[in-house]
Design a protein around this ligand. Structure first.
Ligand code: NAP
Length: 282
């Protein structure tokens, strides 16, 4: 089984951005600028946010972290988003999810200007995505496509099954696979006999958020398996939605966890920020 190595692909994406960042700097006189809004002190979110900032800095991009207390009001969060929407010095905005339970992420997806939407989760961006007109694509789904393309895995006319239909992974990855001319089936928790679908697929993208849900018997021989799931805490203890160890000698290629889809998300976020910066009119 070929291990589809997300670290290598993420590095490739980042290297590809360097000349674009340099060009932007010389033309506009400053670096592309991402603002990350972190509400509260969820430990996992703090790690994600830190990694995003470090990745920006490494590529010579500017990142600003706006930390807000867990008791921030909905009105104050909305005011902050409106200010960032119109701040000329800001190219991309990301509101780290999940928000504390009293805050409504729906409202943020409505409010955030699509021309600043670095995560590609705003409802306007979702519409553009399904219309095939997106400037930015949601980071993890875009990362899945990038891995498949890097390893030259054909999608045109292929039978691709997506397990999961969330706003952040399943649905957008299905849209992107359609754009690649795959024949896409989306299965979810109400699907009857899911195996009937996955066993016939050339490529299976698994984003169910259920540890070790699928194994060898769920895939056809020589299928390609992309595991988006992440479970567990810390290094050495991470695993995905797929029982990777069963796949040896059966599927043709698969992403490990960790080191598969995970590293792609930040790389695609940086790419989105650069794309948004380039599209702005100064
Ligand atoms: P989610 O919002 O919980 O959605 C899970 C989806 O899977 C839902 O559509 C659900 O169906 C479906 N599902 C659940 N159990 C199923 C089952 N037994 N059979 C078939 N479908 C099932 O999760 P998510 O946000 O999409 O994330 C999915 C996984 O990806 C999580 O492990 C998450 O941590 C990981 N993730 C990784 C990255 C990364 O950077 N690599 C980024 C985002 C997420 P219903 O709609 O019917 O409930």
């Amino acid at each position: 089984v070929i291990r589809l190595d997300g670290k290598t692909v993420a590095e490739h994406v980042k290297q590809r951005l360097l000349p674009r960042i340099e060009h932007f700097k010389s033309k506009i006189g400053r670096s592309p600028h991402l603002v990350v809004v972190l509400v509260g002190d969820d430990p996992a979110s703090q790690v994600y946010v830190k990694n995003k900032q470090l990745a920006c800095e490494k590529l010579g991009m500017k990142s600003t972290l706006l930390r807000k207390p867990a008791n921030l009001s909905q009105a104050d969060l909305e005011k902050l988003i409106s200010e960032l929407n119109t701040d000329d010095a800001v190219d991309g905005v990301l509101v780290q999810m999940p928000l504390p339970s009293h805050l409504k992420s729906d409202k943020i997806f409505e409010l955030l200007d699509p021309s600043k939407d670095a995560d590609g989760f705003s409802y306007f961006s979702t519409g553009l995505l399904w219309a095939g007109k997106a400037t930015v694509k949601p980071c993890t789904p875009a990362g899945v496509i990038e891995i498949l393309k890097y390893y030259k895995i054909p999608l045109k006319g292929k039978n691709v099954v997506v397990v999961g239909r969330s706003h952040i992974v399943g649905k957008p990855v299905a849209a992107l696979l359609l754009d690649e001319n795959a024949t896409v089936t989306v299965v979810h928790s109400h699907t009857v006999n899911m195996q009937e679908y996955t066993q016939n697929a050339d490529v299976v993208v698994v984003a169910a958020g259920k540890p070790h849900l699928l194994g060898k018997n769920d895939f056809k021989k020589d299928a390609v398996v992309i595991d988006v799931g992440i479970h567990g805490t810390g290094k050495g203890n991470l695993h995905g939605d797929v029982r990777f160890e069963e796949l040896e000698g059966w599927v043709s290629a698969a992403t490990p966890v960790p080191g598969g889809v995970g590293p792609m998300t930040i790389a695609m976020l940086l790419q989105n920020t650069v794309s948004l910066a380039e599209k702005r009119k100064f």
